[in-house]
Design a protein around this ligand. Structure first.
Ligand code: NAD
Length: 252
């Protein structure tokens, strides 16, 4: 098992990609803090982990709220005493055209997607540095960090910000032995885009755009995240790993 006895915090782990990461980590021997604002689904992730003989803890946390983030870190430390791995995954993407986008929506997306990654990373990294833990911090970014998208100006800007946040953290935390890397998924079928993908034309476009010929599944992202969480990536930091079935290299 590649994460035996490690303690991992996974934000956004109530469902979708975050849940797949939490389950994969648990299968690899990690104890997992499931951090999310969705209580029912969050407890379900914990139940699924316990069902497979693993250990997990749900901690209700809005990642955009500094006080809640501090309380989450305290709760994890109280339970397991340390944190070895952090995966920032919690995100939102409420589609809206640029011209009609209200300031409040812009603020909310940047608060959750970008400030949330900053707040959780800083709080966890402080513990790692204090304890001398040579930790692993991973961000679930997006190929939308490199390309614009209709109805996604706020989301694309937040994801581009995440990439440079991670690169900057890599510089600051490298001397402490902490690695910081990002995974950039293409279109993965989850609740975040279920409505958009219900349109057969949209679905066909994204499936065909990927040379591998299909949409992504949450499990497709969990493996690459596990790579950055494990010792196999010991000399990787500031890396941006695109995981998109080839979508972004296909100009057709
Ligand atoms: N699905 C895709 O096509 C795709 C592509 C690229 C990147 N991503 C990224 O993957 C990550 C996971 O998305 P997903 O597709 O699994 O969507 P999802 O909606 O299924 O999961 C997102 C999770 O984040 C949680 N969350 C939202 N706001 C939060 C907050 N303020 N505090 C704590 N938790 C919060 C949600 O409750 C949910 O459980 C996101 O960062 C998303 O941007 C998704």
């Amino acid at each position: 098992m590649r994460l035996q006895d490690k303690v991992a915090v996974v934000t956004g782990a109530a469902r979708g990609i975050g849940r797949a990461i939490a389950l994969r980590f648990a299968r690899e021997g990690a104890r997992v803090a499931v951090v999310d604002v969705r209580e029912t689904e969050g407890h379900e992730t914990v139940r699924l982990i316990e069902q497979m003989g693993g250990e997990a803890l749900f901690v209700y946390t809005d990642v955009s709220d500094a006080a809640q983030v501090e309380a989450m870190v305290e709760a994890v430390l109280e339970r397991w005493g340390t944190i070895h791995i952090l995966v920032n995954d919690a995100g939102i993407c409420p589609f809206e055209e640029f011209l009609s986008m209200p300031e409040s929506l812009w603020d909310r997306v940047l608060d959750v997607n970008l400030k949330g990654y900053f707040l959780v990373s800083q709080a966890v990294a402080r513990v790692m540095v204090e304890q001398g833990v040579k930790g692993r911090i991973i961000a679930v970014s997006s190929i939308s960090s490199e390309f614009g998208g209709s109805q996604q100006a706020h989301y694309c800007a937040s994801k581009a910000g995440i990439n440079l946040l991670i690169k900057s953290m890599a510089i600051s935390l490298g001397p402490h032995g902490i690695t910081c890397n990002a995974v950039l998924p293409g279109t993965v079928e989850t609740d975040i885009n279920r409505e958009a993908l219900a349109d057969p034309a949209v679905r066909a476009y994204w499936s065909q755009r990927a040379p591998l010929g299909r949409l992504g599944r949450p499990e497709d992202i969990a493996g690459p995240v596990l790579f950055f969480a494990s010792d196999d990536s010991a000399w990787c930091t500031g890396s941006m790993l695109v995981v998109d079935g080839g979508t972004s290299v296909n100009l057709q």
